[in-house]
Ligand binder design. Structure first.
Ligand SMILES: Nc1ncnc2c1ncn2[C@@H]1O[C@H](COP(=O)(O)OP(=O)(O)OP(=O)(O)O)[C@@H](O)[C@H]1O
Ligand SMILES: [Mg+2]
Length: 258
């Protein structure tokens, strides 16, 4: 059996220990956002500028789950996309722990952003990016194989994850292109949580799941957090928010001036 206690699984620093050891606290810091702002410029509509958020600063440590709140249109998904290097901020920095260092996603080269996504940043939405003809079980095994886990163990862990998410075994050898929305969503969750990234960005991963499956996903999120993941999430449903959050971050207070 492979030893999986690598840097990605460093245990959470015990509560109360933080103040005693500044260096340990620095090591726990996974994400540092400073003065983040986003305006959209609609080039095909007369250059109209839509200010969305401004002045967002946030520190996120291992073992924390920050839930972004605010009305529809407040900019929750926009902020999350900036944390993934998907939308370019108008202003501000997004520093991500990568190995022993904090690297600013905003000024990083594209290949560095890709490297960060491969090893450190996980994006989980309600949508599975379907790769044609690849069987479900292979999609879920892939992150494990990429990390050098041997094939037997990867199969075993992927199977356990699919079983836990109630995905019927007859579907495992099929590509998910023809699956229902909820089935695809569960394949996506299985792939994301079979070996969770150190920083997980969750944009409504439980939307449209039924209550039982939603509770299973909440358990997976909380287990990843207890194992040291740092989480930023968006959830529409109040119960899920309360079960996942260690902290709330209300974006309504960071509305950019029109
Ligand atoms: N690619 C884009 N181009 C132009 N405007 C955008 C773009 N993406 C988002 N916006 C605008 O930014 C604002 C915030 O959108 P965002 O999707 O971040 O909101 P949200 O808080 O996630 O809302 P919801 O709860 O409905 O998902 C909206 O007014 C939206 O129109
Ligand atoms: Mg959104």
């Amino acid at each position: 059996m492979m030893d999986l206690m690598d840097a990605r699984h460093t245990p959470v620093i015990a509560h109360g220990q933080e103040g005693a050891d500044d260096q340990a606290m620095d090591q726990a810091l996974m994400l540092r956002v400073r003065d983040l702002a986003k305006d959209f410029t609609l080039h095909n509509q007369g250059g109209t500028v839509i200010p969305v958020v401004a002045g967002v600063s946030l520190d996120l440590a291992r073992g924390e789950a920050v839930i972004l709140t605010g009305v529809s249109g407040a900019g929750k998904s926009t902020v999350l996309r900036m944390l993934y290097g998907n939308y370019r901020p108008t202003r501000g920095t997004v520093e991500v722990r990568h190995g022993g260092r904090l690297i600013d996603l905003v000024s990083a080269r594209p290949r560095t952003v890709l490297a960060l996504r491969r090893s450190t940043l996980g994006w989980v939405s309600q949508f599975l990016r379907v790769i044609p003809r690849v069987p479900t079980i292979e999609i879920v095994k892939d992150p494990l194989l990429a990390r050098g886990v041997d094939d037997d163990e990867a199969t075993q862990r992927a199977s356990a994850m699919l079983r836990r998410l109630n995905l019927p075994e007859r579907l495992w050898r099929l590509a998910p292109a023809t699956f229902s929305g909820g089935e695809q969503q569960r394949v996506n969750i299985a792939r994301s949580f079979v070996d969770p990234a150190p920083i997980l960005l969750l944009d409504e991963p439980t939307a449209s799941l039924d209550g039982d499956n939603r509770r299973i996903v909440v358990d997976l999120i909380n287990e990843a957090r207890h194992d040291g993941a740092a989480i930023v999430g968006i959830f529409h449903d109040e119960e899920t928010r309360e079960r996942v959050a260690t902290r709330h971050f209300d974006l309504s207070q960071y509305r950019a001036a029109p």
